[in-house]
Write a protein that binds this ligand. Structure first.
Ligand code: AMP
Length: 292
């Protein structure tokens, strides 16, 4: 695996690969890699000739008072995981490399960015869409891999790519979980042992909502109330939101059904955790592959 910190260095490697006729797969991350990231890399590895992963903790997508400075970092561990997953090129730019001057251009995706994470973190998706557009222009991938763990982010990226005719295929990948249902996340490291024990309540509440819909419940308020009540059983968790939304537009639903997505955010101490599930149970539990 090659590691490069510069846009010029990366473009040199990838231009040479494209000349050889290889397709480029891209996995953008903020590092502190875990099995969820690895599953995206595995998928890219099986689809593409050259696999690029980036590690960049993007200041534009953090609001004032959020965890930008505390965000966990471990480049040695990340390099080992990316090597094991068959990544060919690891792109690790500095903030100065990505944003050498002030940034006058923002990519803003209206509508799908507004509710839930957008309401709780008002500048977040502008930062995400802007850096992903920039990374797409730097990498020039044929295919780019994003986790359903960040379901609203995936919807924002899909919409940006469609609206701007970006020549990339966006591939959504299922959420990797711990055995007790907690979604893998770099931010799980913030959890105390007590918070870690309580945290699966978020996934449990979302699965409860999905099972109500499968059983025929069509009133989204009833489902939201049941999910909120489940989360309230854990005193350590503070509910931010639980939603029943259209899986494509992410618009809040009044009537729910098979097209619904259930999404939630709960704070446990320093950690703000997000998760989501579809209505079909098979969407909801994916475990890391066994490795030798
Ligand atoms: P992050 O480093 O948190 O920005 O995540 C980078 C990419 O990995 C995003 O596309 C995430 O959705 C994806 N990802 C993070 N956690 C998981 C997980 N548990 N399962 C699958 N994908 C994930």
């Amino acid at each position: 695996m090659q590691t490069t910190t510069t846009v010029e260095g990366l473009r040199g490697v990838l231009d040479a690969a494209r000349v050889r006729g290889e397709s480029v797969g891209f996995v953008p991350t903020m590092g502190y890699l875990h099995a969820g990231h690895e599953s995206l890399m595995d998928r890219a590895r099986s689809d593409c000739g050259v696999v690029v992963a980036s590690i960049f903790v993007n200041p534009l997508q953090f609001g004032v008072g959020e965890d930008l400075d505390a965000y966990p970092r471990d480049l040695d561990g990340d390099s080992a995981l990316a090597t094991r997953a068959g990544v060919d090129v690891l792109f690790v730019p500095s903030v100065e490399e990505m944003y050498p001057g002030s940034v006058a251009t923002t990519v803003s995706v209206a509508g799908v960015s507004a509710p839930m994470e957008g309401a709780s973190r008002p500048t977040h998706f502008d930062g995400v869409a802007t850096v992903v557009a920039k990374l797409f222009n730097i990498v020039g991938p044929c295919r780019a891999y994003f986790g359903e763990k960040d379901f609203q982010q995936l919807a924002v990226i899909r919409r940006m790519v469609a609206d701007l005719s970006v020549p990339v295929t966006v591939v959504g990948c299922p959420t990797l979980r711990e055995d007790d249902g907690l979604a893998r996340s770099s931010r799980n490291v913030y959890l105390s042992p007590e918070e870690r024990a309580a945290a699966p309540v978020l996934h449990r509440a979302l699965c409860l909502g999905a099972s109500l819909i499968r059983a025929g419940e069509t009133d989204a308020d009833t489902v939201r109330a049941a999910m909120a009540a489940e989360i309230a059983t854990q005193a350590l968790g503070t509910l931010d939101y639980v939603e029943v939304a259209d899986a494509t537009t992410l618009e809040r639903q009044r009537e729910c059904g098979p097209d619904s997505r259930l999404l939630g955010a709960v704070r446990f101490g320093r950690a703000r955790l997000i998760d989501n599930v579809g209505v079909e149970p098979l969407d909801n539990v994916v475990r890391p592959p066994e490795r030798d």
